[in-house]
Unconditional design. Structure first.
Length: 82
């Protein structure tokens, strides 16, 4: 589900990502410091996975990269809903 804003669509936080961030305090802390647009990029990147195992790997990678200080998914063209 998405909602519109002046920058395009904002994606709703998926439950599996929410639970994963809750179990990784450093990633959750980083999540709170990034912009809504950056959060949207992470969510769209995760949601764009076609297979469940790819989605799971992306969630794990998001936790790792957020903890390392990355603010957006690397090597991804970006949310197509902008």
């Amino acid at each position: 589900m998405t909602k519109e804003n002046s920058n395009g669509s904002l994606h709703k936080m998926p439950l599996d990502l929410r639970k994963s961030l809750a179990s990784h305090p450093a990633a959750q802390s980083a999540w709170q410091t990034i912009t809504p647009l950056a959060r949207n990029e992470w969510i769209c990147w995760i949601e764009s996975a076609k297979k469940l195992d790819t989605r799971s790997r992306r969630i794990q990678r998001a936790n790792e990269e957020l903890t390392e200080g990355m603010r957006r998914p690397c090597c991804w063209a970006g949310c197509t809903h902008r």
